[in-house]
Design a protein around this ligand. Structure first.
Ligand code: ZN
Length: 203
């Protein structure tokens, strides 16, 4: 199982980090050891002083595919969830300055908490899904998949040129604006269309 994450897929988020808008999807991988499920607590790691939350819609692949055409991409995922792409922003900024790969900042253990999934069939339109993140009871991020630069179907088609997609693979589709640091003691709750699917505490 692999976790594929899309970067800079919402214009307002690219702007808040002073990044140019991508012309093609930017993506990176996290290993399976990044995955954290069942609302387990996240233990703040020693190697960073600036871990940020990025709340993202997640697609779960249910069919093996390579060179998937965009018009068939919707048949390759059947579940939609919400996850967090935890990012050590201090390490990432250092990597960016030096032109180094991002893995140290993005792919560390437990950097991909994942909530429960909802069947895709329950949504009228995957390109119009509202989602949000509350921290300590205050809404900190909300987004809608219609604001993605690259749609889920386009992402699947694009990625599958490079990587064979396999059953159980996860695609984190990028974060809207509003990312920020977490601190020990925070309570994070992520929802899709008002339904809470992820609940975790920072320890
Ligand atoms: Zn992200």
């Amino acid at each position: 199982m692999k976790i594929i994450c899309i970067g800079r897929n919402y214009a307002e988020h690219a702007k808040e980090l002073n990044n140019p808008l991508p012309k093609t999807p930017i993506f990176f991988l996290k290993p399976d050891s990044a995955l954290m499920q069942k609302n387990q607590p996240f233990f703040y790691p020693d190697f960073s002083n600036d871990i940020h939350f990025e709340t993202e819609i997640v697609l779960k692949i249910n069919k093996v595919g390579k060179y998937i055409q965009k018009e068939f991409a919707h048949t390759y995922y059947n579940r939609i969830g919400i996850g967090i792409d935890f990012t050590a922003r201090d390490l990432q900024n250092n990597c960016k300055e030096k032109g180094l790969p991002w893995e140290i900042a993005k792919a560390f253990d437990n950097s991909a908490p994942l909530g429960q999934f909802i069947a895709k069939s329950r949504f009228d339109d995957v390109n119009d899904i509202n989602f949000s993140m509350n921290i300590n009871g205050v809404e900190r991020q909300n987004g809608n998949t219609k604001n993605m630069i690259f749609s889920p179907d386009y992402i699947i088609s694009y990625i599958s040129q490079f990587f064979t997609l396999k059953i159980g693979d996860l695609i984190f589709t990028g974060t809207p604006e509003g990312v920020g640091p977490i601190k020990i003691g925070d309570h994070l709750e992520a929802s899709i269309e008002g339904q809470k699917l992820l609940d975790l505490r920072i320890k």
